[in-house]
Design a protein around this ligand. Structure first.
Ligand SMILES: *Cc1c(COP(=O)(O)O)cnc(C)c1O
Length: 404
């Protein structure tokens, strides 16, 4: 790869037109869209309209003019990105909260099955929440084992297998159909965390026959910091599962104001309290970008961007821990290095924003909608400069901040 070939790829890129839909600062190559997606240009106007017209002028009438239906409407917009029917997805709360609701519900389906099986080194909130959810159901427990021990751990006591589709550190991807099948063979349910894969790789929950899923919207979906998350329940389970956080927004008739709880039909029962309208407004403006995006073009470009950075890393002797086979990974690339933190900071100082994951991972997100081949080619050059000059040894790059 050289500059001319990167530019030739940009000239022929079917996704190039999406870049203008995002507001990116000058002089920055943003390789952290897997942690906080970039700002879509449509978002500030959507927030402004929500504040001044919908809230300021329409006041409480806005609840009936679109607000109350936003969680289901946005769920329907996410559905095609994850291979789900429009009415099997709803948006609300955080990924952590949604995990809690679904895990407790799954543990309560069959009292003979008491175990949540997950992977050690899974994203921390998944394990923390699983521990907390198990604590809420009598006799339940979390068993977390390394990936190569999962198959033999899933058994007759397993209520639900909790897996993160794309690993946040290494970018390794589970084969969704194969692991869903393995869980079902053992009589267990499966819950997929799609936080690092939605908008990054093609996903087909229905083809895999998945039971449950959650996912984040502020990463590859660009919904903004702390944007509300999504939740999927396969139709066959929707009437069987109960939300342990039985709030009034999940009630069959919230405005009947009855004392007793009765769950809404379908996905609305997973709502808890009043939906966060500003967060939903920003997310909806972001999701509208995805309406006509060709997922295969995203996957193809992601693989090519990966190869550009991987080649730069190979030339520097960096230890790439992400799978080389594009079908086996998500849309970021990670290198292991004992000084990964300082290297990350030195890159940021030169305008290449990636991130660091404790203890030794430099992580670079590859977001085909708003990164050009030329951007990524330059990022590879800057990485080479930081490594060969040992610029990262400057003591100011060793100082740890709260968010890494
Ligand atoms: C980002 C991420 C989350 C985020 O959870 P929040 O509740 O939004 O903080 C959860 N799980 C995985 C796998 C993630 O990558």
């Amino acid at each position: 790869m050289n500059l001319a070939s990167a530019r030739a790829l940009d000239a022929a890129d079917p996704l190039a037109r999406y870049r203008d839909l995002f507001a990116l600062p000058e002089g920055v190559i943003y390789l952290d869209g897997n942690s906080l997606g970039a700002l879509p240009r449509a978002v500030p106007a959507a927030l402004q309209d929500t504040a001044t017209r919908q809230w300021g002028e329409r006041l409480i009438r806005s609840w009936n003019e679109g607000w109350i239906d936003a969680p289901a409407r946005l769920g329907a917009k996410i559905a095609p990105l994850i291979g789900a029917a429009a009415d099997d997805v709803i948006v609300g709360d955080s990924t952590s909260s949604n995990l809690f609701k679904l895990l407790v519900a799954a543990l309560r389906v069959d009292p003979a099955r008491r175990t949540i099986v997950s992977e050690t080194g899974n994203f921390p909130t998944d394990l923390h929440i699983a521990e907390g959810a198990a604590g809420c159901v009598e006799g339940a427990r979390l068993v977390a084992v390394p990936r190569d021990g999962l198959a033999q751990t899933i058994g007759p006591d397993t209520a639900v297998v909790l897996l993160t589709h794309v690993h946040y550190k290494t970018a390794e991807q589970f084969d969704m159909a194969a692991w869903t099948h393995a869980a079902h063979e053992a009589g267990a349910l499966i819950l997929w965390d799609l936080s690092h894969s939605t908008g990054a790789v093609p996903i087909d929950l229905d083809a895999a026959n998945a039971d449950l899923a959650v996912g984040c919207t502020y990463k590859y979906l660009n919904g903004g910091p702390g944007a509300p998350a999504f939740l999927f329940v396969a139709k066959r389970w929707q009437e069987r599962f109960a939300n342990p956080q039985s709030g009034w927004m999940g009630h069959a008739e919230p405005f009947a104001f009855t004392d007793a709880y009765a769950p809404a039909a379908g996905m609305r029962r997973w709502l808890v309290g009043t939906p966060p309208i500003f967060g939903l407004a920003a997310l909806e403006a972001s999701l509208d970008i995805w309406r006509d995006v060709d997922q295969r073009a995203v996957a193809t470009k992601s693989a090519q961007l990966f190869d550009i950075i991987a080649a730069a890393g190979d030339g520097l002797g960096l230890d790439c821990v992400s799978p080389r086979d594009p079908a086996k990974r998500g849309s970021h690339i990670s290198f292991r290095h004992p000084h990964a933190y300082a290297i990350t900071q030195a890159l940021i100082d030169r305008g290449v924003i990636g991130d660091f994951r404790d203890p030794d991972i430099l992580r670079l997100g590859l977001t085909p909608l708003y990164l050009s081949y030329e951007d990524v080619f330059h990022a590879g050059d800057i990485l080479a400069d930081v490594m060969t000059s040992e610029a990262w040894r400057d003591p100011r790059f060793a100082e740890r901040q709260t968010v890494t």
